[in-house]
Design a protein around this ligand. Sequence first.
Ligand SMILES: Cc1cc2nc3c(=O)[nH]c(=O)nc-3n(C[C@H](O)[C@H](O)[C@H](O)COP(=O)(O)OP(=O)(O)OC[C@H]3O[C@@H](n4cnc5c(N)ncnc54)[C@H](O)[C@@H]3O)c2cc1C
Length: 498
Amino acid sequence: MIRTGTEYRESIRDGREVFVNGDRVADVTSHPAFRSMVEIRTRMQDMAHAPDTRDLMTVTRNGEAQVLLNALPFAQADWWAKRRATDAVLDMAGGIVTRIGDETVGEMWSLHDCAAALNDIDPRFAPNIIAHVDRAVSADLFHVSGNAGPATDGTEMALRVVRETDAGVVVRGAKYETAAAYANQAFIKPTLTNWGDAEQSSRAIGFVCDMATPGLKFLCRESFATRSPAEDYPLASRLDEADTLLIFDDVLVPWENVLFYRHTRAAMQVRATLHRYSAFAFVQRNLRLADMLIGVALLATRRSGLNRQQPVQEKLSQLALYRETINAHLTAAITLAERSPAGLMMPNQSLLYAGRMQAVSQLPAMIHLTRELCGAQLALMPDAAAFRAPDTARWLDRCYAGDDWTAKDRRRLMAFARDLLNSDYAGHRLTFQLFAQGPPFAQLAAVYRNFDWEGPLALVKDCAGLSESISERDSLSAGDSTVSKWFATVAPQGVAAH
Ligand SMILES: Cc1cc2nc3c(=O)[nH]c(=O)nc-3n(C[C@H](O)[C@H](O)[C@H](O)COP(=O)(O)OP(=O)(O)OC[C@H]3O[C@@H](n4cnc5c(N)ncnc54)[C@H](O)[C@@H]3O)c2cc1C
């Protein structure tokens, strides 16, 4: 089933207890803090039905049409198609939105990979995993993710099971979940350290939570969308993704929604592979962000004529370098895609995690470089109302019009740049990029786990003439393992012969 935008909107008008600034929200689809993001998800649903975008957004599997961005990836071609479809969604949104479902649903594909191992640990929940992996596709749900919480181990609000009943487990505590207030379901699981040391910890629980479940309370942070005039804050007013503190006030999770429970080994297994797929969609957002930085820097320096100076061109090249490094990682991750243990097609893991770290760690410097290239106008430009009011507009027109630029365009560019680089929304966006897929140390740990250390080790062992005793293994395979693997398994016919 592929839902229409209208069906999605109706699905979230379920009486959920959402609060902003302490006030209860009557209808998330029309409240100014959420309506713009709900509209984007609505249009995303409708893109799967519209004749001009249907082929781009859907795939047929076993005779059934599925939303391409929900569908499990089996082939390299699926990743090219997903990349193109995500670009189409970001084009439609006119900016960057991350928690709109396509990124977070990848966690369900990781679960698919874990199903056999989790079955070995505790066979009770394997059928639930398979059912929910299928359901995320067949029911076309807006799926989000909850790992981190505000509370540390031992405090009352660390999410944990407080009792078991015939119907399921009752959980209490809190989690952060961006977009939860207008989503359908979430995959809730512990953070890396949040289940305690006990082998059978009550915190080592993973489950699918229906956002309409009684007892859930959605406490959203103050919205950037409601306090920003759209003309002055063109990004914040449309693209603020509401971060939510989701309170579980003794919420019943039916047994059929429990994916693992009381097994720290299962929790660790899930955590270690969680972003195996979703990192791709996340890094693709960084590519879009890089394009926005380049566009702003180029227009600002073209307007002033500074782009003709070589030192300025060198700064623009640094932005291009950043962009192309992300592009290269994404492209290579597809080109050298690898099979998961359960038979899905994963983006090349080492290249993807290296690309994620590169994109996230360099972003603050790239934002600052763009800010520098825009110059002080970024901070000094008067607001849109001043450009409209007759008493002030005539002065502003004289100040800001020139060459091929109207005063209006110049103000619009600087308002856009400010919301991308300088506003409180811009700062929030940067923090999101830094943390949304785990803090930087955890991202570096993913690089460590997925890089194949054997090639460099063998290289230096051979070049330096070291004895066998320095290696834990009898033989090491020299060379770049990703490239060797490609030659061994998927190289087009004839390539290997040259
Ligand atoms: C805008 C935004 C949206 C978010 N949305 C979601 C969401 O939808 N779902 C969700 O689950 N979470 C979400 N998060 C939370 C995010 O997952 C966490 O912020 C992240 O996991 C880091 O946890 P923390 O903030 O508690 O950092 P902490 O664990 O408190 O760490 C803070 C810092 O301490 C240092 N540090 C801590 N431990 C170590 C260590 N072992 N080694 C080295 N350095 C260390 C690091 O510098 C680290 O960045 C969101 C966060 C933000 C900012």
